[in-house]
Design a protein around this ligand. Sequence first.
Ligand SMILES: O=C(O)[C@H](O)COP(=O)(O)O
Length: 237
Amino acid sequence: MPTLVLLRHGQSQWNLENRFTGWVDVDLTAEGEAQARKGGELIQSAGIELDEAFTSVQTRAIRTCNLALDAARQSFVPVTKDWRLNERHYGGLTGLNKAETAAKHGEAQVTIWRRSYDIPPPELAPGGEYDFSKDRRYAGKDLPSTESLATTLVRVLPYWEAAIAPRLSAGETILVAAHGNSLRAIVKHLFNVPDAEIVHVEIPTGNPLVIELDLGLKPVAVRYLDESRAESLPAIG
Ligand SMILES: O=C(O)[C@H](O)COP(=O)(O)O
């Protein structure tokens, strides 16, 4: 049976500092590393045998993937990295403190920027501290200057369809170690979550979300491996 394990990276330095991160390549904190290892241990103790893993080109997700595979004693599993699994691009909010931004613009506006489906944050001005066009991992790519969850899904979905879905359709067990919003995009697609309801879907750091699928890739069962840190899950069917 196709099985998908979604793993949000462990706590990053900017999760800790409460800053909008998006495409900034911050690393894990020591606690984030421990969360990633714990995720791997849970995968191992659940008896999940992975065939392949996919991650973004961002350090916090790559290191989470590697730490989890090591802890699961499955470091031999092939890993593919692709920018289309990156966190959503936070545009002009990148680097700002989330609480200070809420104090300035109001909680309601910040919730719209963070959790609405299709309202993106303001665009990132080119040439500043966070100009990702100078980063060689994005050379030749048509980069966004901001992303909503909807536009994140627009770039995640072709990669999902081309690289990940065929492996699942072949009956594999797949780990995707990625980011809060690239994973919310995958969950929205798989569970057909209505646009107005995706605002309520949160994915905790370092807690493997195991989704069993039928051969048409419709979810038939879903659970978090660490129930003590679970968030509510979208309905099946
Ligand atoms: O990019 C970020 O700041 C976080 O990884 C996710 O942020 P969010 O909870 O505001 O979507």
